[in-house]
Design a protein around this ligand. Sequence first.
Ligand SMILES: [Zn+2]
Length: 269
Amino acid sequence: MTGNGFDPVEYVDGSYAKGLLLICDHAANTLPQAYGSLGLPQSEFSRHIAYDIGARAVTLGLAEKLGVPAVLSTFSRLLIDPNRGEDDPTLVMRLSDGTVIPGNHPITDAEIEHRLARFHRPYHQAIDAAIEKFLDAGITPAVFSVHSFTGNWRGRPRPWHATLLWDYDPRFTKPLLEEFSRVEGMVFADNEPYDGALRNDTMFRHCSMRGLAHTLIELRQDLIGDEAGVKHWVETLAPMLERVNALAEVHEVRHFESRTGPLKHLLKD
Ligand SMILES: [Zn+2]
């Protein structure tokens, strides 16, 4: 399959002087035309298996409100998951939430390589390029990644409004959790509903490896499924991010251990 003419990256320009980069791995439920709907009913593409509902709108809202740059993907994670390492067995999902994905099963190694080259790598190159732009300007950026999760997983409701996923660098996560604790009625947690330590995922590749402060937010998708919800969360998060981003220590290169295993031999200088 191809995908010619399809741009896998949505880039939003902003002030690099602010030292904050926004990322949205699962922003889109779209596919290049050549892939049709991967053999799935179109209705599957409005579900969380195809993308993170509301995450793009929150990212764009924050980029506008804060005046900072953002890098977003434009392809459904059902095509290839940008938040997985190239060696991760769930890079191209054959099954998702009980649904077989005919366009991914069976799949050849050549087709996986094609999707890496055409979609996955250009997205990560765009993140790298944005980070280099900060560094070239003498600014060590902090990185904030926006995701959303389904409020109900296999019949079990998930109570949190927002969670933060992280591995071992506490610099952005801890103060943001402090901010959450000051919001009346906010239900939050860290490293729920998943563990933020995932080898070679986006935060690992770009932040842990470079020693950049970062965190990943998971917002419950029903809370950001419409314009009012998005506006509420953009307005809630923007001042918090500004305060945390004002901390000097989130703009220093510092290397931490990773719970996924040794890092040192992989570090970029
Ligand atoms: Zn996600």
